[in-house]
Design a protein around this ligand. Structure first.
Ligand SMILES: [Zn+2]
Length: 458
C-alpha cells in the first residue's frame, strides 16, 4: 500500500492545476483498494458553481465510477481542511477516511473552526486525519494569494514593468500597493497608486507627483493626513514609480496622462478632494477639477505652473530641459540629493528604483519637452481653459507653499500662479526647500490640515 504522502502528492498536483487555472489551489483524490478512482480540483470560478470545491468534485466523480452514492471503503485526500459543506458531503458519502493537508483557520470544519467529524450524532463512520504534507499544501496557497496581492496582470508587449524586488524595503514607504489595469484611456497599462485611510473621510488628499519622481515623494506628508483621519490617494503616473513603463517616448502625451488621471478619479469616485500638486502634478492636475468641480473642495499648490503657452517658460525651466536632453542617463537619486542634502542612501536609491536601466526611462526623456511652450502646443489650450476656471469658477479653499531654492518653478513662477487662482492666500515660504518641496512636506501638510479644517467655505 502506498503511503498517505504519496496520495497527497497526487492531490497536490490537482491543487497546482487549480492554481494554473486561476482558482484557489485546492485539490483532492479518492482512493479505493490502492487505486485512485477519482480526482477533483477547485473550480467555482470557471464553472460558475459555488459548490465546486475539490472534494465535492472528487466525491461526485467517485460515486459515478462506483455506481453507488455511498463511498464505503474509500479514502479521500484533500490538500486543505474541508469546509462545512464538504465535510457534510463526506459524511453523506460515508467515506472511510478523510486525510487533509493544511489546516484552514478561517473555514475549516474538521477541527479548526468547528469539527463536524467529532459530532457523534452526525458521524458514525468517517475517520479524519489532518496535517499530511501540510507545509507543501499551505505553501501552494500562500504563493497563490501572494501573487494575487502583487497583481500579476499581463504586461503589454510595448511596455516594461519594474520588478517588485527593486522596491523592497524602501525607507518610510510602508503602504500597500494598489493597481488598476483597465482605465479606458490607457488600456492594458497597470497604474500603481496608494489609497490609505477611510473611504468616507471628510477629506481625500489626491497627491500628484511630477517628473522624475513618484508617489514616494509624498511619504513625509501622507502620515500627517492619515493621522488626521483623512484619506490619501497617490498615483504614480504611467512611466514612473511602480506604474508600467511604455518603451517608446512617443507614448507620452499631455492628453493621455490628463485623461488617465480623470479616469482614475472617476473610477475611485473620489469625493471631498484636496488636490495636491507639484511640478507635472500641477501642469496636468490643475486641468482636472474643471471637468468635475463637484469632487473638489481644496487645492494645495507647491512649486508648479499652469503652462498655457501665453507666457514664456521660465529661464530655469529651459535650462532644466536642456540639461535633461544633454544627460539622458542622469542619476535621478543624485538629482534629488542635490536639493535635499539630508536624504539617506536608502531614500536616494528609492528615487532610482523605478528605472533599472535606460529602457525604463522613456518618461524621463519625454516629459521635459512635453511642457506646453507655445499657444498651439499640445495641452496649452486645455491649460488656458483651466486658467479661466481657477480665476472665475473655483469655489474651494486654496493653500500654497513655495520652496524658495527652486531654480525651475520657484517663487516668481508661483507668485504668477497665485494671481491666477481665485482666493489664493499668501503662500507659506520654505526658505531652505528646493523644487522637490515635499521633502520638507511634514510642516506643509500640518499647515494645510489646519488651513483646510478651520477655513469656512466662501
Ligand atoms: Zn469545501
Amino acid at each position: 500500500m502506498a503511503s498517505h504522502a504519496h496520495w497527497m502528492g497526487l492531490a497536490l498536483a490537482q491543487a497546482q492545476a487549480a492554481a494554473d487555472a486561476g482558482e484557489v489551489p485546492v485539490g483532492a483524490v479518492v482512493v479505493k483498494d490502492g487505486q485512485v478512482i477519482a480526482h477533483g480540483r477547485n473550480s467555482p470560478i470557471s464553472d460558475y458553481d459555488p459548490t465546486a470545491h475539490a472534494e465535492v468534485v472528487a466525491i461526485r466523480q467517485a460515486a459515478k465510477v462506483l455506481g453507488n452514492y455511498r463511498l464505503e471503503g474509500c479514502t479521500l485526500y484533500v490538500t486543505l481542511e474541508p469546509c462545512a459543506m464538504c465535510s457534510g458531503a463526506m459524511l453523506h458519502a460515508r467515506l472511510d477516511h478523510v486525510v487533509f493537508g493544511a489546516h484552514d483557520t478561517k473555514t475549516g470544519a474538521a477541527g479548526s473552526v468547528m469539527n463536524l467529524f467529532a459530532n457523534a450524532q452526525i458521524n458514525h463512520h468517517t475517520k479524519v486525519t489532518g496535517g499530511e504534507l501540510a507545509d507543501a499544501c499551505g505553501d501552494l496557497l500562500k504563493t497563490f494569494f501572494k501573487s494575487k496581492r502583487m497583481n500579476t496582470d499581463p504586461l503589454r508587449e510595448d511596455t516594461l514593468r519594474t520588478p517588485d524586488a527593486a522596491f523592497a524595503d524602501l525607507p518610510d514607504y510602508p503602504w500597500t500597493p494598489k493597481y488598476i489595469s483597465d482605465l479606458p484611456s490607457i488600456p492594458g497599462l497597470r497604474m500603481h497608486y496608494l489609497d490609505e485611510g477611510p473611504q468616507d473621510a471628510p477629506m481625500t488628499w489626491l497627491c500628484l507627483h511630477g517628473n522624475p519622481a513618484w508617489s514616494y515623494l509624498y511619504r513625509k506628508m501622507i502620515p500627517v493626513w492619515l493621522s488626521a483621519g483623512h484619506r490619501v490617494v497617490a498615483p504614480d503616473l504611467i512611466g514612473f514609480g511602480k506604474s508600467d513603463k511604455p518603451k517608446k517616448d512617443s507614448f507620452h502625451t499631455f492628453e493621455t496622462h490628463r485623461q488617465a488621471l480623470l479616469d482614475l478619479t472617476e473610477r475611485l469616485d473620489l469625493q471631498r478632494v484636496v488636490l495636491v500638486v507639484q511640478d507635472w502634478g500641477g501642469i496636468l492636475g490643475l486641468t482636472l477639477p474643471m471637468d468635475a468641480p463637484e469632487r473638489y473642495k481644496g487645492l494645495l499648490l507647491m512649486n508648479t505652473t499652469l503652462a498655457t503657452g501665453n507666457e514664456a517658460l521660465s529661464p530655469g525651466f529651459l535650462a532644466w530641459r536642456d540639461w535633461c536632453a544633454s544627460r539622458p542617463l542622469f542619476d535621478v537619486g543624485k538629482l534629488l540629493l542635490r536639493g535635499n542634502r539630508t536624504l539617506s542612501e536608502g531614500e536616494t536609491a528609492a528615487y532610482n528604483a523605478p528605472f533599472p536601466d535606460k529602457g525604463y526611462r522613456a518618461a524621463l526623456r519625454a516629459f521635459p519637452p512635453m511642457v506646453p511652450e507655445f499657444s498651439d502646443s499640445p495641452g496649452a489650450a486645455i491649460s488656458r481653459q483651466a486658467q479661466d476656471f481657477w480665476r472665475n469658477n473655483w469655489q474651494g479653499q486654496t493653500f500654497m507653499a513655495i520652496g524658495q531654492q527652486d531654480p525651475v518653478l520657484g517663487e516668481s513662477v508661483m507668485r504668477s500662479l497665485k494671481h491666477q487662482i481665485q482666493g489664493c492666500p499668501e503662500p507659506m515660504l520654505l526658505a531652505d526647500a528646493g523644487h522637490f518641496v515635499q521633502e520638507q512636506g511634514r510642516a506643509i501638510a500640518q499647515a494645510a490640515v489646519r488651513h483646510f479644517t478651520t477655513s469656512t467655505s466662501p
